[in-house]
Design a protein around this ligand. Sequence first.
Ligand code: KG4
Ligand code: ZN
Length: 349
Amino acid sequence: MTDKIILGIESSCDETGVGIVRLGGDGAIELLADEVASSVEQHVRFGGVVPEVASRAHLEAMIPTMDRALDAARLSLSNVDAIAVTCGPGLAGALLVGVSAAKAYAAALDVPLYGVNHLAGHVAADTLQHGPLPSETLALLVSGGHTQLLRVDDLAGKITEIGSTIDDAAGEAYDKVARIIGLPYPGGPPIDKAAQQGDPKAIAFPRGLTGPRDAKFDFSFSGLKTAVARWVEARERDGEPVPVEDVCASFQEAVADVLTAKAVRAATELGIGTMVISGGVAANSRIKALAADRCAEAGIELRVPRPRLCTDNGAMIAALGAHLVAAGVRPSSLDLPTDPGLPVDTIYV
Ligand code: KG4
Ligand code: ZN
C-alpha cells in the first residue's frame, strides 16, 4: 500500500476541527495538521454550550479551518485520499454541519467517506502520540459530555462500554462547581489552578457510587456537585468567607479519586495491562498524577495524550479514519446520517 492522506472533520460540540494525517505503507500514522476553531468564548456568558450558537459558529469556521489545515500540511485538496467525519454522538445541528461539509468534499474530490464515532476518536488520538494500541486497552474517557470506561480490543473493530456516568459527566461537574464558587467557564482549568494552593483533605466531599452495592464501574457526580453547593451555601449563610482553594482541592480530589480507583479496578479485574485517559478532563493535573501513582502500583502502563490531543480536535478523527482505511473497512454511503446518540460500540457507520 502506498501512503494515503486522510482528512478528519470534527464538529460535535463547540470545536470545529480539521486534522490531516499520513497513513504510511507500513501502517504508521503521522500527524500533518491539527487546526481547531473554538466557539467557547461565545458560550461563556451562558455558562455552557448553546447548540444553535455552536452550529452557526461551525458553519462560519468550517472553510477557514480547512484552509488553515491544508496550509499547515502544505497540501491541497487534490492530495486527499479519504475523509473521516464525526457523525455522532454530539449536538444534532453541530454534527450536521461537519457531516454536510465532509459529504461535499468527498463527493467533489471523489474520495471515500468514513462516518465515525467521536468517542472512539478520543481513544484514537492517543495513537498519534504513543503509536498503536496493544490488543487490549482500558480507556477512561472524561470530557464535558462524557465519562466512560471502555474496553478497546480493536480501534477499527471492537469497543465495549463497561461503565459510564449515570448523571453528570466529570467535566460538567467541574463546570457546575466553577459556577457555584464564581470561577469562569469552562471550569476545569481555573479549578485545577486554584486547587494547587488548597488542601485536598480540608473538606470530605462524597465519592459517588463507591458503596459495596453500587455499580462498580459506573460514575455519579451530581451528588458531589450538590454537596459542594450545600457546603458553600452554609458558609455564606454563616457570614464566613468561602475558602475557594480548599473547596477546589477537595472537590478535585473526590473526582480524581473516584475516576482513577474505578479505572484501575476495571483494568485489574479484566486483566488489561494498558490504560488510556482521554477527553478534555484528562488535562487535569491531579487526575494525571493520581492515575500515574495507582497505575504504577497495579503494574498498568498509563498513556495520556498531550492536552491538545485530549480536547476535541479533527486530528483524532483523521487518526481513526486512518485506522479504518488500514483495516480495509468499507466506506460510508454518501447519504450517511448523523446520530446525536450514537452508541460507543458503533465505531463507524
Ligand atoms: O473534551 P472536551 O474539550 O469537550 C467535550 O466536552 O467533548 O472537554 C471539555 C471539558 C470541560 O468541561 C472543561 O471544564 C474540562 O474539559 N477541562 C478540565 C481541564 N481542562 C478542561 N477539567 C479538569 N481539569 C482541567 N485541567
Ligand atoms: Zn469530545
